[in-house]
Design a protein around this ligand. Structure first.
Ligand code: UDP
Length: 468
């Protein structure tokens, strides 16, 4: 398996590897890790805890020194794989000397470069592990056509929403970042990446049929024109998610133990998400005004980027707590807990005291909320998060989505209203009820007879025959 950078890619790919070797113990997995030499303390801790039949190989670090400082994350992610190709090719060759290859799996950004290696080495076509969802996969397959059909500079200019088979309508403004604006640096490369998806031998998707019936049905009806699609999720982090990056993580669970059932709203924007100073201030005031209990993973604000910590999740920056409004900590003492940079999210979401989640809608966070039945306030920031917010609010109806006001900010009144409604209001009941149903469906999908377990078994059977 070939990983691409980002905790949000590493967690689901390793969970996929774990599930494969647990359900099908005849397989062994080697994970190749392109990187830029940054410390990766937390990812390394996760990797060390993997079962023995999964080994990891860190490829030699690549340099990004020649790139402009404002280069987008998608370009950096793809380049980290591209620049690792010689080392990757060498490592695969060495591996092939002692192993029968059942399959080569790349995650969402690696298909184009890794396909070239497969051709050169004369090995089977790669499979894709797609760590996000079926609607996004639909967009990937439709994007080359949309690119030709719509002449607008930005999909945000479209009046009519885009229609993807089996999915709720998608407004152009909610098209994922690198695909929304044709003039953006990463646009052309990302559309080209979409074209390459048809080169895959098959695609494993981290979602489940019962969650996205329409989208999966449409994908499966297209088989022959597109590679076989296997829903294998929800694969969410198992075991402790406390990477030990931050001592204060330990206090989260202790604090939650002291709070009443379902009373706390958890606030986190994932590994990369950051807010502007003004937005951070509004959020603080909104939480305070709500009068509800909260657990907030705070990061230092960034006025330029919404994903400022994507490549530096375990870097120790200025203490983010210093950026909170004056007196906020004193005024919310006992009601709220503020944790700098990182929290053990899976444990927080599975804790009985957690009753709601303000999320940036990263797909892992989304699945973790579903698996633990926690209703959401959707606050998307970048990547495909706006599309995920559409799924959560318009399709699944388990989230309220925040709206930016004329100043480009999510206002304190709206935040307070949503938090209150989610935790104690009657209006939050439909969301809570629907989440409970999805939690059950998620559990079923992964049960021994469940749809995702069967789907993984199909993949395993194909790989087993290939390995012979
Ligand atoms: N995560 C965590 N603690 C944090 C922030 C994130 O454990 O304070 C984990 C979270 O549980 C999820 C992953 O990091 O598994 C983030 O993935 P997601 O797709 O939600 O968002 P991304 O960080 O990729 O934007």
């Amino acid at each position: 398996m070939v990983l691409s950078p980002g905790i949000g890619h590493l967690i689901p790919l390793t969970e996929f590897a774990k599930r494969l070797v647990i359900n099908h113990p005849k397989f062994e997995v080697t994970i190749f890790i392109p990187n830029d030499g940054s410390p990766m303390k937390y990812p390394k801790q996760l990797l060390q805890a993997l079962p023995k039949s999964i080994s990891t190989i860190f490829l030699p670090p690549v340099s990004f020194n020649d790139l402009p400082h404002d280069v987008d994350i998608e370009t950096k992610i793809v380049l980290s794989v591209v620049r690792s190709l010689p080392a990757l090719k060498h490592s695969i060759k060495v591996l092939l000397e002692s192993t029968r290859l059942a399959a080569l799996v790349v995650d969402l950004f690696g298909i184009e470069p890794v396909s070239d290696i497969c051709k050169e080495l004369g090995i089977i076509k790669p499979y894709i592990f797609f760590p996000t969802n079926a609607m996004m996969l639909q967009l990937v397959f439709h994007m080359p056509k949309f690119d030709q059909t719509f002449s607008c500079e930005s999909f945000s200019d479209l009046v009519e929403p885009l229609k993807l088979p089996g999915c709720v309508p998608l407004h152009g403004r909610d098209v994922p970042d690198p695909l929304r604006d044709k003039k953006s640096m990463a646009y052309e490369g990302t559309v080209q990446l979409c074209r390459c998806y048809s080169m895959a031998a098959g695609i494993m998707v981290n979602s489940f049929v019962e969650l996205q019936q329409g989208a999966f049905k449409a994908l499966m009806m297209n088989q022959g024109q597109i590679p076989a699609v296997y829903p294998v999720g929800p694969l969410v982090q198992t075991g402790s998610s406390d990477g030990g990056v931050n001592e204060s993580n330990n206090c989260c669970l202790k604090w939650l133990n002291e709070q009443p059932d379902g009373s706390v709203v958890y606030v986190s924007f994932g590994s990369g998400g950051t807010l502007s100073s003004q937005q951070m201030n509004e959020l603080a005031m909104g939480l305070e005004m709500s009068g509800q209990r909260f657990l907030w993973v705070v990061k230092s604000p960034n006025d330029k980027a919404k994903n400022a910590t994507f490549f530096s999740v375990d870097s120790v920056d200025d203490d983010p707590v210093h950026f909170l409004p004056n007196g906020f900590l004193e005024r919310t003492k006992g009601v709220g807990l503020v944790v700098p940079s990182w929290a053990p999210q899976v444990e927080v979401l599975s804790h009985g005291s957690t009753g709601g989640f303000i999320t940036h809608c990263g797909w892992n966070s989304t699945l973790e909320a579903i698996v633990h039945g926690v209703p959401l306030v959707a606050w998307p920031l970048y990547a495909e998060q706006r599309m995920n917010a559409v799924i959560l609010s318009d399709d699944l109806k388990v989230a309220w989505r925040v709206k930016e006001n004329e100043n480009g900010l999510v206002g304190r009144d709206e935040i307070a209203k949503f938090v209150k409604g989610l935790i104690q209001g009657e209006e939050g009941k439909p969301l809570r009820d629907k989440m409970r149903k999805l939690k059950e469906a998620a559990k079923m999908a992964l049960s021994p007879d469940g749809s995702s377990t069967k789907s993984l078994a199909k993949v395993a059977e194909i790989w087993n025959n290939q390995g012979k």
